[in-house]
Write a protein that binds this ligand. Structure first.
Ligand SMILES: Nc1nc2c(ncn2[C@@H]2O[C@H](COP(=O)(O)OP(=O)(O)O)[C@@H](O)[C@H]2O)c(=O)[nH]1
Ligand SMILES: [Mg+2]
Length: 463
């Protein structure tokens, strides 16, 4: 716990989303949380006695919120006090469950603010949990990922990080490096008593730490796609079955499918979940030479869809041999836009033309967008793309944590070079310290105010 960062003021906010619902929750946290709540809450059991929240920690109490001056009843509520440190924020915390009308929740909040609390900033409850040592920074970031998760796998990932998986992996490496640094420093300060750290010991720890950081950093790519979604554009000549594939993924007729080439004139975007990955599928207008102005605009948008994609599904009529136009499209995807692509051979229910996988294609999958044949293989292929390089399907580091792991690895590489250059051990200590600082920043044991503010500003109010 960093006592200089402890907030002495009391904060409050409505923690449920705006709008009407069955209940709304107003939260108060800080040193005055109980005193303020006691001024406005009257228990239905002992209406005449003043409530004692401190002595009723973690107990749900039914009662009324009364305006202190007029004693007008604002709402009947269930109030739960959490005495510090056993609360979400680590401070005294009160949750008031009122009827889910935005007017009532707001009136209760205003009462609380008039009694000396201040409106919480976005993420400030979680920020306090972090500042009071309830969680590390990777867990606090996971709270936000969990709130914002749109698919099951996103929420599983966030849960894993929230349980401390990432934080403990990073701090595991960090403590080994700290232990090494302590020994090196002791060797420098007391050469007679302690002696230098044997180099093979040092090298073993550095190699092992680098391997652990590499596998953590490799989860960054999968984490980004799981958090932000994978943008996949379906591209190919008119009539190869691009819109049929979109519909097959969506399991309903989203895009118009006809045998008339040029039916899809604009890009259509749909979010689907494939193999647990949120995928933004973009169905595009087919690419061909045309005089039609509307169709040409559609083709220009296809080019944009290729440029914006993380991955392109390049579709051909798999019952036929690749033609000139197919080759041109392939060039456009891999040479011009330099995008990874999967060759999707469609319409194999009509027979498959056997060809070698194009050299630049990540993979080649034969499907029928009509019958659904081959769809599982295509899903597996997308999953391989997302998790490539990463064996770990558990929690993944976010960009901030991943960059810091990479930075720590760079310091360790400098350290290895210093060892092979026979530099004295105090030079090694400098690189080691740098690596430790990066890892401390990653899990938040040593971060600047600025970083903390940036992390929590992305939260919503009331969390
Ligand atoms: N036999 C067969 N026909 C297909 C298949 N996929 C699409 N089609 C047909 O091909 C035509 C063009 O399909 P569409 O999805 O509109 O192609 P797009 O222009 O690439 O979007 C339609 O008549 C579809 O019914 C398939 O896997 N097998
Ligand atoms: Mg189409």
């Amino acid at each position: 716990m960093n006592s200089s960062q402890i907030n002495l003021d009391t904060i409050s906010a409505i923690s449920t989303p705006p709008g009407s619902g069955a209940i709304a929750i107003v939260r108060i946290s800080g040193p005055e949380a109980f005193t303020i709540a006691e001024k406005i809450f009257s228990s239905s059991q002992d209406a005449l006695l003043p409530v004692n929240l401190k002595g009723n920690s973690h107990k749900a109490m039914h009662g009324f919120i009364l305006q202190p001056r007029t004693q007008i009843c604002v709402d009947d509520v269930v109030l739960i006090p959490y005495r510090e440190p056993a609360s979400y924020t680590g401070e005294n915390l009160v949750e008031i469950n009122c009827h889910g009308s935005p007017v009532i929740a707001r009136e209760i909040l205003e009462l609380i603010l008039s009694l000396g609390a201040r409106l919480a900033r976005p993420g400030e409850f979680t920020q306090r949990a972090y500042l009071s040592g309830k969680m590390d920074l990777t867990q606090a970031e996971a709270v936000m990922d969990l709130i914002q998760a749109k698919t099951k796998s996103q929420s599983r990932q966030a849960q894993a990080a929230l349980s401390g998986q990432i934080g403990s992996k990073i701090s595991g490496v960090r403590s080994e490096l700290v232990e090494l640094l302590t020994r090196i420093t002791a060797g420098i300060d007391f050469p007679e008593e302690v002696g230098e750290v044997p180099l093979d010991d040092l090298e073993r720890i550095v190699v092992d730490s680098k391997a652990r950081l590499t596998s953590l950093a490799q989860t960054m790519r999968a984490g980004r796609f799981l958090r932000e979604g994978l943008r996949v554009s379906i591209v190919g000549q008119p009539n190869v079955g691009k819109s049929s594939l979109l519909n097959q993924f969506l399991k309903f007729e989203r895009a118009i499918v006809t045998e008339i080439p040029g039916t899809t004139r604009d890009s259509i975007e749909e979010l689907v979940e494939l193999a647990g990955i949120p995928v933004l599928l973009v169905d595009t207008a087919g690419i061909r030479n045309t005089e039609d102005r509307v169709e040409q605009i559609g083709i220009d948008r296809t080019v944009t869809a290729i440029e914006q994609a993380d991955l392109v599904l390049f579709m051909i009529d798999g019952s036929k041999e690749l033609d000139q136009t197919d080759r041109k499209i392939e060039q456009m995807i891999c040479e011009h836009a330099q995008k990874p692509f999967i060759m999707v051979k469609n319409k194999i229910d009509l027979g498959e033309f056997k060809n070698e996988k194009p050299e630049d294609a990540m993979d080649q999958i034969a499907i029928s967008a009509k019958s659904g044949q081959g769809m599982d293989a295509l899903g597996d292929c997308l999953s391989r793309f997302v998790f490539s390089g990463s064996k770990d399907k558990g929690a993944s580091v976010n960009e901030r944590q991943g960059e810091l792991c990479l930075k720590a690895m760079q310091s360790l590489e400098l350290l290895e070079r210093a060892v092979s250059d026979d530099l004295p051990q105090d030079c090694l200590a400098t690189d080691l310290k740098e690596a430790i600082i990066s890892l401390s920043q990653a899990c938040g044991t040593e971060v600047s105010e600025e970083v903390i503010t940036q992390v929590f500003a992305r939260f919503c109010i009331g969390k």
